[in-house]
Structure formats: C-alpha cells, structure tokens
Design a binder for this molecule. Structure first.
Ligand SMILES: Cc1cc2nc3c(=O)[nH]c(=O)nc-3n(C[C@H](O)[C@H](O)[C@H](O)COP(=O)(O)OP(=O)(O)OC[C@H]3O[C@@H](n4cnc5c(N)ncnc54)[C@H](O)[C@@H]3O)c2cc1C
Length: 432
C-alpha cells in the first residue's frame, strides 16, 4: 500500500523533501504555518526597477553548493556575480586595513593548520585567536569583518575559520581562496516558485497550518494536530519529515528533544535592511560592488552595481540593535546617512543624499544556528526519529547556515524513510 507522507515546514528543506517524496510516488501533504512558502528565502522586488533585495538568503557558491547549483541550472534561473569584497572602514585605517586584515587571517590560518582536528574543535575561535594573534588584533578583525558572531563564546576554532573562509566578503582575506560567489538575478524567491511549480500538481499544500502536537500511533504512523484559521485540525500519516528549524522542535507537544541537545544549539540573530532610491547616488563614489563594514549600527553596507538600493546586513547583537532602531527611530535614514558620512570620508554631503523611496527590514531572531564548542552532530545529514520520521535541517550537515545544507538534509532524510527504493523515479519524471 502507498504510504501517506507529511512534510512539516515550507522552507527550502520542506519543499525539497516534498519533491523527493513525490519522486518516490508517495502522496504528499506539505504543511506550512505561515501564509507563504520559502521560510528564510524571502526576496522583495522593489518599485520602479530599483532591483531585488534579498531579506533572507542571498548568495551561494556554485562549486560548494552543488545541489543548489543543480536546481538553478534545472530551472534555468538567471544568476549574477555576487562580488562584494570587504572594504573595512574603521578608525582611520582605510588605506591599510585590508592588508592588516589579511595578515591577521593568515596568521590565524597558520595556527589553525598547526593544531590537530580535535584541538581545533575543542577550542573556541576567540581563545585560539587570542593565543595566536592576540586580543587587540582579534577585536579589530571582528569589527572590521563586521561579524559579531566571531565573538560568540560558543563558536569553535574550526567553525570560526570555516565561517571566515567560506563567506564572500572575507574569503579573499585567506591565501589561495578562490571561491566564486553568485546571486540569483530574480532573487531566491524565484527558486521557491520554480520548485513549487514543479510539484504543485502532485503535492497538496496547506498554508496557515501550524503543527502543535505529534502522537505516535500504536499501529504505526503519526497523528498530527495543527492550529489553523478554522481551528484545530488533525490528520494521520504513515511517514513524516519535520523540515522545521531544530530550535522550534521543543515547542511541539509529543516530540521531545533532550535538554543536552537543545542547549547545544546556538542561534544567531540576523537582520537585513534596505534603503531604495530613485537613482544610484553612490555611483561616483568608488564604492560600487563593495561591502563596507563599520562599528556603527549599520555593520555591513553593500553598495550594488546593478540596483538602486543599499543593503545592510547585521548579525548577533547588532542584528537586534538594528531591528530595534528600525522600530523606534522614526528617521532611521538620517542615522544611516550620518553613519555613511562618519565612515566614508569621500561620501557625499548629507544634503546630496536623496531620501529613500522605500525602506524596510527583516529581523530573523534565529537566523542561523551552530553547535556549541566541541559538539558536532554532522554525519547522517538529518536526525532520525524512527524508520518513518526524521528531522531535516542544514544544522545536521557540513553546510550549516546555507541553503545547500537544507537541500542536502532533505535529500538524505527522505532516503532514510525509503531505504530500499532510493533510486525510484516515476516514469513521467524519468522521461522528462
Ligand atoms: C538573513 C539570512 C541570510 C542568509 N544568507 C544565506 C545565504 O546568503 N546563502 C545561503 O545559502 N543561506 C543563507 N541563509 C540560510 C538559509 O536561509 C537557510 O539555511 C535555509 O533557508 C533554511 O531552510 P529550512 O527549510 O531548513 O528552514 P526555513 O527556511 O526556516 O523553513 C522552515 C519553515 O517551517 C515553518 N514552520 C516552523 N514551525 C512550523 C510548525 N510548527 N508548523 C508548520 N510550519 C512550521 C516556518 O514558517 C518556515 O517556513 C541565510 C539566512 C538568513 C536568515
């Protein structure tokens, strides 16, 4: 008998899981608590051809994110180079700061290479940096790189170096790092739409269905209870993929997570904000295609070459501060203009900077997560609950914090639910 499958969560992992289940011929229902699909993929098409601002995921590496690259090719989604080398601006170090940053990173990398894998996993980035390059240089690196997370007391040396080496703004600070970075011309929401377009005839999609309770049935399978605008609804399924962020599992009745496991997850808040303008007033300032970091509340500011908007990206504590500033400060743009003036010596006079035609921001209280010092659950790529249910998240893969990880986890989680027919492809799909 064909097994009925439920996927909980309509982000990249959930949509991919639904697609993988469909390939195995299973009837699938995809439940999403909000009124839209995509989760942390959220693009905003700005008015007047100002461009597409990514308020969630924004960039990828075709060589490292191979599943994602495969989907982009499959759906023929147009891409563009995401080239925003970091241009740190701080304390008058404008000319020398990049060279200094490179030397800090290379000394850090040399120390990393001198340690055993276990030592690197046991040590926090902060401790390792203080041992090797010293506190002052490390503080400068964190401020100039614009990543507050590098200061997080739970970030291991290994993960911290990975983070620096595998981010578009900082990868160029390391010797021999040549990773190319790309973005989707029409935004990551175009990927969500393409993935949904392929499965929507075969998969039932139930929006505004928040899973609240899970009950394992004696005769196998699960009863799932949802809060919906029309009240509580229950459904039974043979197999379930939980493609929701791992930190939200404890909020579900009936599905437990050990406190050790729960406490091992360190969430990182992220905020993305944009200011859209009628023209690209920064075009003659020599800043196009660059990312500027500063100690201001606007930690990293991206000056695009092909859109009439500026993007601000904050993590950690500064993500929360930026979110609050947007909520409290009625003239956030005046503060933004001031910060640009303070940090870019060649900026235009404030009166020459036009008022934005649009400004908005998105705060993700748990934007991404990582495992605390010395603990790693990477291996299986998903978390098996039993033979018929699993949790899928980028957190269980080597690509944690990336869409690639969400896709990988879904692929591997569904293969776990169907161990004997992982290669099953419906005839119609095989022919297409
Ligand atoms: C600001 C930001 C920038 C990022 N930048 C990048 C980047 O440049 N490149 C990159 O590759 N990755 C980036 N990421 C990470 C990337 O977005 C995530 O790794 C990926 O989108 C995670 O997908 P997911 O499906 O696992 O989770 P999510 O996208 O979070 O999807 C989970 C879904 O489950 C739903 N849900 C939760 N609870 C329930 C429930 N009880 N019942 C029903 N539904 C529920 C949620 O509403 C959500 O839609 C970024 C993330 C953020 C926040």
């Amino acid at each position: 008998m064909t097994k009925k499958c439920a996927v909980i969560g309509g982000g990249a992992a959930g949509i991919k899981a639904a697609s993988e289940l469909r390939r195995r011929g299973a009837p699938v229902v995809l439940f999403e608590k909000s009124d839209r699909l995509g989760g942390r993929l959220l693009s905003r098409t700005l008015d007047d051809d100002a461009g597409v601002a990514e308020l969630g995921a924004g960039r990828f590496s075709p060589s490292e994110h191979v599943r994602l690259q495969g989907l982009i090719e499959l759906y023929r989604l147009p891409t563009k180079t995401f080239s925003f080398p970091l241009q740190p601006v701080q304390r008058g170090l404008h000319q020398h700061s990049l060279g200094l940053l490179k030397s800090f990173c290379q000394d850090l990398a040399a120390y990393h290479a001198s340690l055993s894998p276990l030592e690197r996993q046991r040590m926090t980035l902060e401790d390792a940096a203080v041992n090797s390059i010293g506190r002052y240089k490390f503080d400068c690196l964190v401020t100039m790189a614009g990543y507050d997370t590098l200061h997080n007391p739970h970030l291991t040396f290994d993960d911290g170096v990975q983070l620096l080496k595998h981010h578009p703004e900082t990868c160029g600070l390391f010797e021999g790092e040549t990773t190319a970075w790309m973005a989707l011309t029409d935004g990551f929401s175009a990927l969500t739409e393409a993935m949904i377009g392929e499965i929507e005839n075969d998969v039932t999609i139930s929006l505004e269905h928040e899973l609240t309770e899970v009950t394992a049935r004696k005769d196998g399978g699960y009863t799932l209870a949802f809060e919906t605008p029309d009240g509580r609804r229950t459904h039974t399924f043979d197999k379930v993929v939980f493609a929701i962020p791992v930190w939200s599992i404890p909020t579900l009745r009936g599905l437990s997570m050990s406190s050790f496991f729960r406490k091992s997850i360190t969430p990182v808040p992220l905020t993305k904000a944009y200011f859209a303008y009628a023209n690209r007033w920064w075009a003659d300032m020599g800043v196009e295609g660059r990312c500027f970091s500063s100690e201001s509340i606007f930690r990293k500011v991206y000056f695009p070459t092909d859109g009439n908007y500026l993007l601000v990206y904050n993590d950690g504590e500064s993500a929360e501060a930026l979110h609050q500033a947007f909520g409290n400060d009625r003239n956030i743009h005046a503060a933004f203009v001031q910060a640009i003036r303070d940090h870019l010596p060649f900026a235009l006079a404030p009166e020459a900077i036009p008022k934005p035609v649009e400004a908005d921001h998105q705060f993700w209280p748990e934007g991404i997560s990582f495992w605390r010092s010395g603990i790693t659950f990477v291996g299986a790529g998903f978390w098996p609950i039993d033979d018929d249910a699993c949790v899928c998240s980028d957190l269980f893969t080597e690509h944690l914090g990336w869409v690639e990880g969400a896709l990988e986890s879904a692929e591997r989680g569904v293969a776990h639910l169907y161990p004997n027919d992982a290669t099953f492809v419906p005839a119609a799909l095989a022919a297409s």
